[in-house]
Design a protein around this ligand. Structure first.
Ligand SMILES: [Fe+2]
Ligand SMILES: [Fe+2]
Length: 297
């Protein structure tokens, strides 16, 4: 099965046309059999518009998506208290209308593979250890509020827009459990894993935390905590023989394809208005690294 895999399209008005043009070109040139998007498609209120656009560009085959943190933005404003409520309120009906599979809700079964995944969230597990700014130690409390301990306009913006986000670890844990139960439901089938949030350090696409200058770390080092879900990766290791390949997004930094201990994985690395896409040729029993090819625009 030939998959067109992308992520972080962020189809908000500013660059919707540019990104959709790239996607149209890839579909025309590569003739994929399915379209896979690893989250951050737009924001909750745009769900109907963007799923309609994806279906217009890819009219016939399966469209399989995992949601991203931005896809929940605005849920709280509409009275949704949880990620699940935001999916029900904004994504479920358009997904049915345009025949799009939401991996956050259900697996997608093809003849060769089962597509399993979902959002993922961050569990602070990839935070840079011992981080301090101007002598002030970064504590868990800072991470749970999305703000470093010094004066800066920078903050992790999910805390303003995402429902229930003050309970970071609870969401992360629930996401691990949800993905695990979806893996257990697949039986013996091989799995193509689609997560928005990277589950492995190799997929963050940022320099190793040990490269940071402990005396003067850049402010971006604080935000490393929000890049991935370490517990998700630990859970996935239990099923590595069943996983044929994995894709993620979220950090806007490309990584891989790399061998993640028996299966290849990569981070798409799209950025705002600068999408990246890959063709993944799935062949039983596993997807090789050489069957993951980047598309150009
Ligand atoms: Fe993104
Ligand atoms: Fe994201």
């Amino acid at each position: 099965m030939k998959l067109l895999v992308t992520s972080d399209l962020h189809l908000v008005r500013a660059w919707r046309v540019t990104v959709l043009e790239a996607l149209t070109q890839w579909v025309r040139e590569a003739s994929p059999e399915a379209l896979v998007v690893a989250g951050d498609i737009a924001v909750a209120a745009e769900a109907d518009t963007v799923l309609r656009e994806l279906r217009r560009i890819f009219p016939h085959g399966p469209i399989i998506i995992a949601l991203g943190n931005h896809d929940f933005w605005g849920g709280a404003l509409a009275g949704c208290r949880t990620l699940g409520a935001t999916i029900e309120r904004f994504w479920q009906v358009p997904a049915e209308r345009y025949n799009v599979t939401l991996l956050d809700k259900e697996n997608f079964y093809s003849d060769e593979l089962v597509f399993v995944g979902g959002y993922g969230h961050y569990d602070l597990g990839f935070a840079a250890p011992g981080l301090r700014y101007e002598g002030k130690m970064v504590t868990r409390e800072h991470y749970l509020r999305g703000r470093p301990p010094i004066e800066t306009p920078l903050r992790w913006r999910d805390f303003d827009w995402m429902p229930g986000v003050s309970d970071v670890l609870k969401i992360a844990h629930a996401q691990v459990e949800a993905v695990q139960s979806k893996i257990l439901a697949t039986g013996p089938h091989h799995i193509f894993l689609v997560l928005h949030t990277p589950p492995f350090e190799e997929l963050l696409g940022v320099p190793d935390a040990s490269m940071l200058d402990p005396e003067d770390p850049p402010i971006r080092a604080f935000f490393r905590a929000y890049l991935g879900n370490r517990a998700m990766g630990e859970m996935l290791r239990l099923y590595s023989e069943q996983i044929a390949g994995a894709v993620c997004g979220h950090t806007h930094r490309a990584a891989g394809p790399v061998d993640l201990g028996g299966f290849p994985g990569f981070n798409v690395g799209s950025d705002y208005g600068a999408p990246r896409g890959f063709i993944v040729d799935t062949k039983e029993p596993t997807i090789g690294i050489s069957s993951i090819t980047e598309l150009v625009i």
